[in-house]
Design a protein around this ligand. Structure first.
Ligand SMILES: *[C@@H]1O[C@H](CO)[C@@H](O)[C@H](O)[C@H]1NC(C)=O
Ligand SMILES: *[C@@H]1O[C@H](CO)[C@@H](O)[C@H](O)[C@H]1NC(C)=O
Ligand SMILES: *[C@@H]1O[C@H](CO)[C@@H](O)[C@H](O)[C@H]1NC(C)=O
Ligand SMILES: *[C@@H]1O[C@H](CO)[C@@H](O)[C@H](O)[C@H]1NC(C)=O
Ligand SMILES: *[C@@H]1O[C@H](CO)[C@@H](O)[C@H](O)[C@H]1NC(C)=O
Ligand SMILES: *[C@@H]1O[C@H](CO)[C@@H](O)[C@H](O)[C@H]1NC(C)=O
Ligand SMILES: *[C@@H]1O[C@H](CO)[C@@H](O)[C@H](O)[C@H]1NC(C)=O
Ligand SMILES: *[C@@H]1O[C@H](CO)[C@@H](O)[C@H](O)[C@H]1NC(C)=O
Length: 498
């Protein structure tokens, strides 16, 4: 069909082209022409054809390759009666052309209409089909989309419902929370009230405590002051008590002695002067005799408890207050002091001159009361010195007449030349010293030798000008050194506190 239409259109165009050429020729000749118009649907074709006019023949004009021109009647022209014949011929050709053209036109018109109608029909059908296809595809798409939409809608609905449920739950929990919040707020309020009450109480307590503390502090200060005063008073009381107790013991002893003296006096008064001797028997030491009234130094008889025989003793009633009972005296070497244990125990010599009172008597006396010891020394140059011990005590024979001294004072050296505590008594036949040697044999006499010690008042009596460099002489180290033999010595005792 299109090929046919194209061929038709191609033919038409050829005609048009030839006519145009003819027309131009016509215009050039006379300028007359006639327009033919062909209306086909919306398209319109205009053919301009030259009007038949007398013009000089142009044989070349029709001599082309065109079949139409070859078909033209001009070929049969007769050159005899040329103008009129020619005119008629041309008119006929023209008329033929016109008719041919008209026929052509009609044909074209018919064909064109048919083609167009067919094309239109096809197009409509194709369009309809495509439209239908489109429509079906659209429909399918629409249905799919609709399904999807419904799905989405369902999901949205599901989600919405879920959200609604959640919202409901949330609102419920929110309500609960609000309720709890309210409750907590109430609780908080209550607690705040409680707290403020507690605070006020704490403040009150604090102020009370502070007040108490202040009062306590004041009390403490007062107590401290009181304590200080009391301790001072106590110290004073202690002092007075000590003094009073010493005074009272002294007073008691004095009272006791006074009572004894009074009894003795009454006995003497009752028996007369003859019985003075008998009264003497009750004296135990020179201190008692002095208290009884005797103020002269000399020989007196004493009765020591646990000692069967009465003893004659020398009493010194003058030195340092008197009342001293002599234990020992050296003055001219008339008595031998190289004696054994028994002699030193019982005593020897003459109380009026050189003698040793006896360890047993001294032990008995010092075990019954507290005694003091006084040692008096004299050198060959006429110097005198003394050593005094506030407390003096001699142990029993079983204790080897152990010496115990304390409270040293005196002028015979700044310290004692006798060992103060625990020295046992040794004689040539009783070695109780602290030396591997036998001090009593080496140094002679009986003494409280240590090892062998700084003193020995019972050593050998060396006469004048023989007294130096004598280790076994009568020594007192802190008075005249270790090898100086003294000229005279005395040892005496009396109760302490006189
Ligand atoms: C005109 O055309 C027809 C054919 O269509 C032809 O038979 C006839 O002879 C022609 N007339 C002239 C005068 O050429
Ligand atoms: C219809 O149109 C399609 C293109 O859209 C084409 O391929 C087909 O040949 C046409 N059919 C007819 C009958 O014209
Ligand atoms: C909502 O969707 C869930 C799955 O995501 C499903 O288990 C549930 O049954 C659905 N609920 C409704 C009301 O469709
Ligand atoms: C103790 O006695 C002495 C006299 O013996 C006296 O001077 C002193 O004041 C007395 N002390 C006291 C505290 O009584
Ligand atoms: C001792 O007493 C007598 C009187 O009995 C007196 O004459 C004498 O002066 C006294 N001596 C001393 C030292 O007190
Ligand atoms: C001394 O005499 C008393 C009784 O007066 C007695 O108890 C004591 O054992 C005696 N001591 C010695 C050493 O004889
Ligand atoms: C020693 O003194 C005593 C008494 O003072 C005396 O009796 C005696 O004769 C004296 N002996 C010597 C050797 O001087
Ligand atoms: C003195 O003798 C006693 C035994 O009676 C003994 O135990 C003591 O050690 C002696 N003292 C010294 C200083 O030797």
């Amino acid at each position: 069909m299109p090929s046919r239409l194209a061929m038709l259109l191609g033919g038409l165009l050829l005609i048009v082209a030839s006519t145009t050429v003819a027309q131009r020729r016509g215009q050039e000749a006379a300028g007359r022409r006639r327009a033919h118009r062909v209306q086909h649907g919306q398209c319109s074709y205009t053919f301009v054809l030259p009007e038949p006019e007398p013009c000089p023949p142009e044989p070349e004009a029709f001599g082309g390759s065109n079949s139409l021109q070859r078909d033209s009647p001009a070929a049969a022209l007769n050159l005899g009666d040329w103008p009129s014949q020619r005119m008629r011929q041309l008119e006929k050709v023209l008329e033929n052309n016109t008719q041919w053209l008209q026929k052509l036109e009609r044909y074209i018109q018919m064909n064109l209409r048919l083609e167009l109608a067919q094309a239109q029909q096809h197009m409509v059908q194709n369009q309809t089909a495509t439209m239908l296809e489109l429509g079906t595809s659209l429909l399918t798409q629409t249905t799919a989309q609709t399904r999807k939409l419904t799905d989405v809608e369902a999901q949205v609905l599901n989600q919405t419902s879920r959200m609604e449920i959640q919202l409901l739950e949330t609102s419920l929990s929110t309500n609960k929370l609000e309720k709890q919040l309210l409750l907590q707020g109430h609780e908080l309020h209550r607690l705040q009230g409680h707290n403020s009450a507690l605070e006020t109480r704490v403040q009150a307590l604090e102020t009370q405590q502070q007040a108490e503390l202040a009062s306590l502090r004041g009390e403490k200060e007062r107590l401290r002051r009181l304590l200080g005063r009391q301790s001072g008073a106590l110290a004073g009381l202690e002092r007075t008590l000590r003094a009073a107790s010493s005074n009272s013991s002294l007073l008691q002893r004095q009272q006791h002695q006074l009572l004894q003296s009074v009894q003795r006096l009454m006995r003497v008064m009752a028996q007369g002067p003859a019985s003075i001797k008998a009264a003497e028997q009750v004296f135990q030491d020179c201190a008692e005799i002095q208290r009884f009234g005797a103020n002269a130094s000399g020989i007196y008889t004493i009765h020591v408890a646990n000692v069967t025989e009465p003893r004659k003793v020398f009493c010194d009633m003058e030195a340092s207050g008197g009342g001293w009972t002599l234990i020992q005296r050296r003055e001219n070497g008339s008595v031998n002091f190289q004696r054994n244990w028994k002699d030193y125990k019982q005593g020897f010599g003459n109380p009026a001159g050189e003698h040793w009172l006896g360890n047993e008597v001294v032990h008995q006396l010092t075990s019954r009361a507290t005694y003091s010891l006084r040692v008096e020394l004299q050198d060959w140059e006429g110097n005198e010195a003394y050593a005094q011990y506030e407390h003096f005590q001699l142990g029993s024979e079983g204790q080897l007449y152990r010496l115990s001294l304390s409270g040293y004072s005196g002028s015979a050296g700044r310290q004692s030349s006798l060992v103060l505590q625990g020295t046992n008594f040794s004689t040539r036949d009783a070695d109780n010293d602290n030396c591997l040697c036998k001090c009593a044999q080496m140094l002679s006499g009986g003494w409280w030798f240590d090892a062998c010690g700084l003193s020995n008042l019972n050593g050998i009596y060396y006469p004048a000008r023989h007294h130096v460099r004598k280790l076994n002489g009568i020594r007192w180290h802190y008075f005249q050194g270790p090898s100086y033999s003294l000229r005279a010595t005395r040892m005496m005792m009396r109760p302490s506190g006189i």
